[in-house]
Design a protein around this ligand. Sequence first.
Ligand code: SAM
Length: 204
Amino acid sequence: MGFYQDQIVPLLINWSMRQRNLTAYRSRIIPAAEGRVLEIGIGSGLNLLFYSRNVTHVIGLEPPPRLLAMARRAERAEFGHVEFIKGSAEAIPLKDASVDTVVTTWTLCSIPDALRALRDMRRVLRPGGRLLFVEHGRAPDPHVVWWQDRLTPVWKRLGGGCHLNRAIGTLIEGAGFQFDRLETGYMRGPKPMTFMYEGSARPR
Ligand SMILES: C[S@@+](CC[C@H](N)C(=O)[O-])C[C@H]1O[C@@H](n2cnc3c(N)ncnc32)[C@H](O)[C@@H]1O
């Protein structure tokens, strides 16, 4: 990784992910996690505040060391069971069927092979376990998709590999999940960046 990817992108991620608009999604999704939780791309640890007492253990997976260090600093004193692992979602260093909940918030846009990562999330999830997600991605409106397709090549270079145009629902289903709940819609802001997918799914 170069200096920009290694040092600047983590700062941009921490800054951009603190938007108050996003907090509303975190506060809806994260309290539903339970048991042993794997959080994919934990970033600077902004979800840690929202886990409930039904969670026994959180494993935060993240590739860049700089973000892992930020997540460690965000660890809540009263929430003792957090473990941080440097690694990639495409090869999760955990045993099959070993977690109760997988959480992913705005990470499927930037994982290079998102389908492979989702298949690995399914592998580590116990039967009946849940994938909880909030992601941005491909919009239903052709004129917005036109912009998403054109902006993505530049956007991903500046934004840590973030794609604007991934069809998140199709990817989740394609990896062998079925939805318990899927809600979609635009958040406030420029439409190519703000089409959200929120919900939960279980291994089929
Ligand atoms: C937009 S940030 C979201 C961070 C955090 N989930 C949040 O909600 O604030 C995208 C995150 O995905 C992580 N990421 C990128 N590629 C990844 C991979 N292959 N495996 C796991 N995480 C990855 C990035 O390092 C970054 O932390």
